[in-house]
Ligand binder design. Structure first.
Ligand code: AMP
Ligand code: MG
Length: 456
């Protein structure tokens, strides 16, 4: 690791650091993180990956260093990983650095998702510097310290499989089973359990993305965690208004990773992963496990939607109720986050003004509300109990693209105030935050099409 010039520890996630017993004030810790003191067993990992559908036989941590593991308060081993450390053996033509803009962007998203209850890699600390790196133009460099239960990706399996490194692949499989998916003494049973668990965790994560309106943007197999956690934030986005074919990543010319395609891309990626187990399980066994994805996804998605709607259990016509709502939301391009928050706030069946205000099609939304209210009345949960629960599921604050853009621009001129304010609301997205309510306001017409700087 090569320290950046004038490198400073500029922002820390103190709550998470406390859980991991990391003390940023300790000189030894800080010197190790700053790269002043070498960390003996730090390593960069090799992997491969299907990027936008094409196979790249060798990728890897081109600018990342796995510093080591620490034990959290629950006794779980957690990886510490630094991004932007300088060149590694896997940098290919890259400079090994991360720019401040993308580091801030990743920090914000990982905190946002985590506090919405969506599994994610976590940001621990941001290091800034006066060093410039060149992308489309000169940008300030930064380093981001992150933590995660694992950094093992689908792409790790791909690398060893395609290189025909059979014993290394076995070693990786055994490592993953031992650390995350050990269930019995029978290796084959453990492999099946591991694959079933990966299918379920991935389905759960994708269902949560779809319910909240998150688009990852770069769902390559090297960006898929074997624990179903969100990793490798690039040009992601949170949906402003419901638009199924929305693409946050402007380099995704074919809309491969468009919002509505995320579930099928996840299945495509899992299919790649399963192929690497063709020496371990029969085709029939693999298909049996893989084919669980669709039902798992629907199960998780419908559970998410029921919670958003304040409904306790499934009833006939719930799917039609939700599908009709999406049509109305899409037609009038109503702000997705505000809609759910307003719906949550209804004090009774007649309290409709806030909800209907955003719609042009007043008749359409009124008819829908009639059906919805009737459904709530038929539900086991009382209106008031459902209201409280909905306000803890449907956030007031979401990471809006224009706010992320403004936070990055301010940070690039040395001002982290907006970044800090955003973190305050994103770590408690269901609270009101009376002094920060401007951070809940949807983008205006001018801000709507702001593309967050995506250089990595
Ligand atoms: P990402 O889009 O961040 O998932 O990165 C894709 C691949 O490119 C990974 O193998 C990264 O390590 C590598 N990479 C991205 N940016 C750089 C960089 N500035 N220097 C070296 N490698 C990089
Ligand atoms: Mg990546």
């Amino acid at each position: 690791m090569q320290p950046l010039t004038q490198q400073t520890l500029s922002y820390t996630n103190d709550t998470l650091a406390a859980r991991l017993a990391i003390n940023f004030k300790d000189e030894n810790t800080l010197n190790s993180l700053l790269g002043v003191k070498a960390i003996p067993h730090a390593l960069s990992m090799i992997y491969a990956g299907h990027q936008f559908g094409g196979f790249t036989p060798q990728l890897g941590d081109g600018r990342g260093l796995l510093l080591g593991e620490v034990t959290n308060q629950d006794g779980m081993m957690i990886d510490l990983h630094m991004k932007g450390v300088d060149q590694t053996p896997y940098s290919r033509r890259g400079d090994g650095r991360a720019v401040l803009g993308s580091s801030i962007h990743e920090y914000l998203a990982s905190e946002a998702l985590h506090h919405l209850g969506i599994p994610s890699i976590r940001a621990l600390a941001l290091f800034t510097s006066d060093q410039q790196v060149y992308r489309e133009h000169a940008e300030p460099a930064a380093m981001l310290l992150r933590s995660a239960r694992t950094h093992i990706r689908f792409g790790h399996f791909e690398y060893f499989f395609y290189q025909k490194k059979v014993s290394e692949l076995d070693c990786l499989i055994d490592y993953v089973i031992e650390h995350y998916y050990k269930q019995s003494l029978d290796r084959r049973k453990n492999i099946i359990f591991m694959l079933e668990s990966i299918v379920d965790a991935t389905a759960k994560m994708i269902a949560q993305w779809q319910a909240i309106g998150f688009q990852h943007g770069v769902m390559n197999t090297d960006n898929m965690s074997i624990l179903g956690e969100t990793i490798d934030y690039g040009p992601y986005g949170f949906m402003k208004s419901y638009q199924p074919n929305w693409v946050a990543n402007h380099s995704d010319y074919e809309a491969r990773y468009a919002f509505e395609r995320q579930p099928s891309v996840a299945l495509w990626n899992l299919n790649c992963l399963f192929y690497y187990f063709s020496n371990h399980l029969t085709k029939a066994q693999l298909i049996k496990v893989l084919s669980q994805f669709e039902s798992k996804l629907m199960e998780h998605f419908q559970a998410n939607i029921r919670l958003k709607l304040g409904l306790s259990s499934a009833q006939e016509n719930d799917q039609a109720l939700f599908a009709n709502l999406l049509l109305l939301l899409e037609k009038d391009q109503v702000d997705y986050t505000c809609f759910w928050r307003n719906l949550s706030q209804m004090t009774d069946q007649n309290d409709r003004l806030l909800v209907t205000a955003g719609f042009n099609d007043k008749d359409g939304i009124s008819l829908w509300l009639n059906e919805y209210c009737a459904r709530r009345v038929r539900d086991d949960k009382s209106w008031q109990v459902a209201r409280v629960e909905m306000l803890e599921i449907n956030p007031k604050y979401i990471l809006r693209n224009y706010l992320a853009h403004n936070a990055i621009t301010a940070a690039e001129s040395g001002d982290l105030k907006l970044f800090d304010d955003l973190i305050q609301v994103l770590v408690q997205p269901f609270d009101e935050h009376e002094l920060l309510t401007h951070l809940a306001i949807p983008a205006n017409a001018e801000q709507k099409n702001i593309c967050v700087s995506c250089s990595s």
